[in-house]
Design a protein around this ligand. Structure first.
Ligand SMILES: Cc1cc2nc3c(=O)[nH]c(=O)nc-3n(C[C@H](O)[C@H](O)[C@H](O)COP(=O)(O)O)c2cc1C
Length: 186
């Protein structure tokens, strides 16, 4: 199919809107007996085994200090029905507010980290900070997933993806082409 779009320059600081296909996640952390949660869109898979995730946490966020000091966090996968909660958590600082209480969420026990899981979420990835090399310069954490738990149903949850400017996309129709893949389990 031949297709031509009319194109124009876009500010480089906005390209993230086209490169953020991953689901919005909720990062829970625990430090000095206090729990916190933040909303996160800027994350990426870095390696399958060991299971590594890279993510950017702005240094002024309370979660930055909590994850840096504790060396741990949980990446929780919320679903589309939680959108107002996702936005609320992303617009509130945990410095003076207990976001579990404020947003009526249930902290659950993780097996490998002290940070709590958010029970209402579809899946939980228990992470330890694996590498701090890019932390000072880029606020970029490299996390290793030590344990993952996920709901047994549905197989494809309705996740939420951020398109910038307050616009979200809900994951939708699947397009399956397994016969076109080499057998390497991608
Ligand atoms: C949709 C959305 C995505 C966000 N993604 C990130 C992110 O990837 N990294 C980040 O540092 N902040 C991100 N934020 C902002 C934080 O969630 C926000 O600053 C939050 O209040 C931090 O809470 P804390 O101070 O309790 O850690 C995002 C916010 C929203 C609404």
């Amino acid at each position: 199919m031949k297709r031509s779009y009319r194109k124009t320059d876009m500010p480089v600081e906005q390209i993230r809107r086209l490169l953020e296909p991953g689901p919005i996640v909720l990062v829970s952390s625990r430090w000095q007996n206090r729990n916190n949660i933040m909303t996160m869109g800027w994350h990426c898979v870095m390696e399958f085994s060991p299971s590594l995730i890279g993510c950017m946490i702005t240094a002024t966020n309370h979660s930055f200090d909590m994850v840096r000091q504790s060396g741990e966090c949980v990446i929780n996968i919320p679903t589309a029905d939680m959108l107002d909660t996702i936005i609320g958590i992303g617009n509130t600082s945990g410095r003076s507010v207990d976001k579990f209480k404020k947003f009526h969420l249930t902290p659950g026990e993780a097996a490998t980290v002290s940070a709590p899981v958010i029970e209402e979420c579809y899946a939980h990835f228990e992470c330890r900070v694996a590498d701090r090399k890019m932390l000072e310069k880029y606020n970029f954490f490299i996390l290793e997933v030590k344990r993952a738990t996920a709901a047994v149903w549905p197989r494809y949850p309705r996740t939420v993806h951020y398109r910038g400017n307050g616009v979200f996309m809900e994951s939708g129709r699947n397009i399956a082409r397994p016969e076109k893949f080499r057998p390497q389990n991608l």
